[in-house]
Design a protein around this ligand. Structure first.
Ligand SMILES: [Mg+2]
Length: 402
């Protein structure tokens, strides 16, 4: 039997703004930009939510709904700083901390209970210490698995401590609407509605064969989640020092265009991984292995800390063109982002807005459908056969900033 905690700061970005400027307390605070700007709401205080303002809503909509709201651009560096302080508090309870985003994490405290008390005791202690030491309010769910802990922390925000007793998982979930369950999006909700299913309990009571017919292999998962079962582990995450991909060709390559296309694919993968890790690179390293296994590595700085494909590709391309000896056959090409930082110099909220928003949309599609769901046109014709992925990739779970 495990004891899992999900801890999630309440309206994080907005709460940080209030913490740093107490005159904002009690007012509708909306982080993301001006009321007339393009872009979306990154966070809204609970006061703003009373006007129907929500995360991910266009700022202009928020401006209409809450014209007297305090609209702020957001300060990513400050959020990261406080996030690190909060994560440090979490880490004092267990080494098994899995951050999901800046403001939420899973903790496996099973082995800590003998020394620190049971799950609810640890949950209360976490809430007190985050408030005392950082000044922020965190909602906490305690359960025997991640699924129930996450649903629990979310259930009575803000300032919640919700405990799901061992053995009570199915009963806890049963009365809740099915949208609370991981993996049940609007389409699945509609499909389940056709069977008269509105609550998780009704879902759990459906014949497994019915679910399997309608949802294929996901049907069985859905049924077991509806009963509150989830065996996934809390995976402690350590930020990588570098992020790299390399590709070995089936047959050695002389054509520079093919090498460049491969490099573009590698740059795309590297940039995607940087974004997953919420890191940015200050330099790249190119690795070239010629036939006969002679291997060269060359490094070049990037013009600025970045996690976008194009500057990473351009830097790699410059290295390739300077390094490659014409006519020599290449067996392997690799590209690694180095000099990683915590994406500190990046604006999460502003320029380069278009590129960043497009990239985020691409990431969202890839998270759902896989890396190959969206590819650059050039890679469709000249695409490498095989790719090696080194370094770990953090789990991606649906998050909402609440
Ligand atoms: Mg949150």
């Amino acid at each position: 039997m495990r004891t899992i905690i999900h801890a999630d700061l309440d309206a994080f970005y907005a709460s940080v703004e209030v913490l740093d400027d107490p005159s904002l307390r009690g007012r509708p605070v909306i982080v993301g930009g001006g009321a007339n700007e393009r872009g979306v709401v990154m966070a809204a205080s609970y006061e703003a939510r009373e006007y129907g303002v929500q995360s991910a809503m266009p700022l202009r909509t928020a401006g209409r709904r809450c014209p007297h709201g305090v609209f702020l651009p957001g300060r990513p560096d400050r959020y990261r700083e406080l996030s690190q302080q909060v994560m440090a508090v979490f880490a004092s309870y267990t080494p098994l901390v899995e951050p999901i985003s800046l403001d939420e994490a899973f903790l496996d405290v099973t082995a800590s209970e003998a020394a620190l008390g049971d799950g609810p005791t640890i949950g209360r202690s976490i809430k007190e210490r985050v408030l005392d030491e950082v000044g922020l309010v965190v909602s906490v769910g305690v359960a025997t698995n991640k699924l129930c802990a996450k649903v629990a922390s979310d259930l009575r925000k803000p300032d919640a401590l919700v405990v799901v007793p061992p053995g009570g998982e199915a009963a806890f979930l049963a009365p809740l609407p099915i949208r609370r369950l991981w993996g049940v999006g609007p389409q699945a909700q509609k499909a389940l509605g056709d069977y008269g299913v509105a609550t998780i309990g009704q879902l759990a009571a459906l014949e497994p064969s019915t679910l399997q017919r309608r949802f294929g292999k996901h049907g069985a998962d859905l049924a077991s989640r509806a009963r509150g079962a989830d065996s996934s582990r809390v995976e402690a995450f350590h930020a990588p020092k570098s992020v790299g991909h390399e590709h070995t060709f089936h047959t050695d390559v002389v054509d520079p265009r093919k090498l460049e296309a491969t490099l573009l694919d590698l740059a795309d993968s590297v940039a995607g991984r940087l974004r997953h890790h919420d890191q940015a690179a200050g330099a790249v390293q190119l690795k070239l292995r010629y036939e006969g296994f002679e291997t060269l590595t060359r490094q070049a700085p990037l013009p600025h800390q970045t996690r976008e494909t194009d500057p990473i590709y351009q830097a790699g391309l410059g290295l390739l063109r300077r390094t490659l000896v014409a006519g020599r056959a290449v067996r392997l090409v690799g590209l690694t982002a180095i000099s990683l930082s915590d994406a500190q110099q990046l604006t999460l909220f502003g320029a380069p807005e278009r590129s960043d928003r497009l990239t985020r949309s691409i990431d969202a599609v890839r998270d759902r459908f896989g890396d190959r769901a969206i590819m650059r046109a050039r890679l469709l014709t000249e695409r490498p056969h095989r790719r090696f992925d080194f370094g770990e990739r953090p789990a991606v779970l649906p998050t909402d900033d609440e």
